[in-house]
Design a protein around this ligand. Structure first.
Ligand SMILES: [Zn+2]
Length: 262
């Protein structure tokens, strides 16, 4: 096995992200299907801001990093080295050897696009651009846009923003919110008449019995999803009494045992 050529994919196949964590001194606690702890990179966001989803082999940080990736990305960020050096470090640490294939220069990203569920009330906007550069600059890939039905709006009232569909708990499309793509203010805009504190974004996708992260910005939900974390919802504006009520109803309905405000 010593002279075999090990690709990034092979290393990831043979070493799990859970096995890699202790190699770089990361100890996390198990919460359901996730492992959580302090972010070893930015140390920001509290003691559950860093989340690893072993089933998908990826991590995400809700703290300052606001990004994530696979095991190789994680090790390279912690050791401040290249992804290739991270791969060699992991391989050496667990006793597998071989040179990485030159052909495999990029780290595959976990993305499993799923169509938006079909029970819309409002008609989805057909003209949104899922692969617009302004959206990519936010760190949101086209596949993630596809999953959420979001995209850059070249026209309409959300023009120049990332339009993100908002659903009620039953999955009915209610409206779109427009998320700033640079530093436009306000960060979120809504159609007139829509009350953002009556909905918890992404609540309809939460699985029964899941613990959930509650963010302040729907963009966090998209970024986390991109890195394997699917149990995230967000407020769409100020945390009013009404917004807290909606969150409580969601928690009751989905049997959510605990939440983490991030
Ligand atoms: Zn971090």
């Amino acid at each position: 096995m010593s002279t075999a050529t090990l690709s990034f994919a092979e290393i990831k196949q043979r070493v799990s992200i859970e096995q890699a964590l202790p190699l770089v001194g990361i100890a996390l606690k198990k919460y359901g299907l996730q492992l959580r702890g302090v972010c070893p990179i930015c140390k920001d966001g509290g003691d559950r801001a860093f989340v690893v989803t072993p089933a998908k082999g990826v991590y995400y940080c809700f703290g300052k990093c606001r990004t994530g990736g696979d095991m190789l990305t994680l090790v390279s960020r912690i050791k401040n080295c290249s992804v290739r050096e991270a791969a060699e470090f992991i391989a050496a640490s667990v006793g597998i050897s071989g040179k990485r294939s030159e052909a495999e220069a990029t780290v595959p990203r976990d993305s499993s696009p799923q169509p938006l569920s079909g029970k819309e009330g409002l008609k989805p906007l057909e003209y949104l651009l899922s692969s617009h550069e302004a959206v990519q600059a936010l760190g949101v890939a086209a596949e993630t846009c596809g999953h959420f039905g979001a995209g850059f709006a070249p026209k309409g009232i959300m023009r120049g923003r990332l339009a993100i569909p908002i659903h009620d708990r039953a999955g009915t499309l209610l409206a779109y919110c427009g998320r700033a793509v640079k530093d436009e203010t306000p960060t979120l805009i809504f159609p007139s008449g829509f009350r953002p504190d009556t909905v918890i974004f992404n609540g309809h996708r939460i699985e029964q019995g899941d613990t959930i992260y509650v963010a302040r910005d729907p963009l966090q939900v998209l970024l986390a999803f991109e890195h394997g974390v699917t149990n995230v919802v967000s407020f769409l504006g100020d945390i009013t009494v009404d917004a807290l009520h909606v969150l409580t109803v969601l928690m009751d309905e989905k049997d959510v045992p605990s939440i983490d405000l991030i």
